[in-house]
Write a protein that binds this ligand. Structure first.
Ligand SMILES: [Zn+2]
Ligand SMILES: [Zn+2]
Length: 343
């Protein structure tokens, strides 16, 4: 009893600390994981800078991409046993509300969010154990398995936009999330044009499978995409930055009748002055896409298990748990590239 573990907690924007907290004990339906690896994510950096509604009341557990080993299980857990290697999603739907019945689990009225990846142990809530915890094949290492969460978001976005073979998809942003979107788009046979500012990131985008990389420092990205599409604009555009100006660029960049995925979330209260004339008369479809569902999480775990995702370009190194606070501080909120946090 009175056992402790180390965990990084979020207290306020730009204030996270590694502290000792009581070792959790699994209740009915819950599972305790020893964290094998967590991954840093752009959402965590955003939360670090400005706070995030998905974190809950501070001080709150921090980090949401993790994989590990089951070390204890509560009553009633039958699908998982001690020693099982697993990846846990950072949410689970209720499966009872209107939105769950409509197949939109990500919008569940009672979505159970889950954080606490930057810790030695993670207590997985019963609902996630039931709906969103997955066994891993032996060959899948923990950092790679922890990519399931962002990959599930990418697969979700590409599915919502119903990207078809041969279509041109333009992507704004060349960070880690884009590297996953590129691979989800490539799996659909799309021609992929990436727009970014950082030349190292653009080189990675080409490695991930993009066909063309446009530097927004050197060219007007809207003109460049039009040039690449016989002046039409892209069939679909994915905005993966989350700023009003890039939302507008995304809408400018799409062809008449095209689809825009507004994938990058803007801060609460952000207002974007869109060209209403162009959206209406050009019949442009705007899709807000958020998060993932168990269906997409399962698809992500499967793709990673089959070795069909280039993951080496996504994870640039490893740090220890006690390095997390200084790592977030030294990066000044920049998420790129991802690193594995190994407790
Ligand atoms: Zn993430
Ligand atoms: Zn629900």
């Amino acid at each position: 009893m009175n056992k402790k573990m180390r965990a990084v907690l979020f207290y306020a924007p730009k204030k996270i600390r590694l502290v000792d907290v009581p070792m959790p004990v699994p209740g009915p339906g819950e599972v305790l994981l020893q964290v094998g690896s967590a991954l840093t994510c752009g959402t965590d950096f955003k939360a670090y800078r400005q706070g995030h509604h998905m974190l809950g009341e501070p001080p709150s557990p921090f980090g949401h991409e993790l994989a590990g080993v089951v070390v204890a299980a509560g009553d009633g857990v039958s699908s998982f046993a001690l020693g099982d290697r697993v990846v846990a999603a950072n949410s689970a739907p209720c499966d009872r509300c209107y939105f769950c019945a409509a197949g939109q689990n990500q919008l569940c009225d009672n979505l159970r969010l889950h954080n606490g990846a930057y810790a030695e142990y993670n207590l997985v809530p019963a609902r996630i154990v039931k709906h969103n915890l997955y066994h891993l094949p032996a060959r899948l290492d923990f950092p790679t398995a922890a990519l399931s969460e962002p990959l599930a978001c990418a697969i979700h976005a590409v599915d919502v936009l119903r990207v078809r073979e041969g279509e041109t998809a333009a992507l704004i942003g060349a960070g880690p999330m884009s590297l996953l979107l590129i691979q989800a788009l490539a799996a659909r046979g799309a021609r992929i044009v990436v727009v970014g500012r950082n030349s190292a990131n653009l080189a990675l985008a080409l490695k991930a499978g993009a066909h063309e990389a446009i530097s927004a420092e050197e060219k007007n990205p809207v003109m460049a995409v039009r040039e690449a599409t016989e002046r039409r604009g892209a069939d679909c555009v994915f905005e993966a930055v989350g700023k009003p100006e890039t939302w507008l660029t995304a809408i400018d960049m799409v062809r008449k009748g095209g689809r825009v995925c507004l994938f990058g979330g803007c801060a609460s209260g952000t207002v974007v002055p869109i060209d209403a004339h162009r959206v209406h008369y050009g019949q442009i479809s705007l899709h807000g896409v958020f998060h993932h569902t168990p269906k997409y999480f399962r698809a992500a775990v499967d793709l990673l298990s089959q070795g069909r995702v280039k993951t080496d370009i996504l994870i640039s190194g490893r740090i220890a748990l006690d390095e997390v606070p200084s790592f977030f501080d030294s990066r000044h909120g920049q998420s790129n590239p991802k690193v594995a946090v190994i407790p």
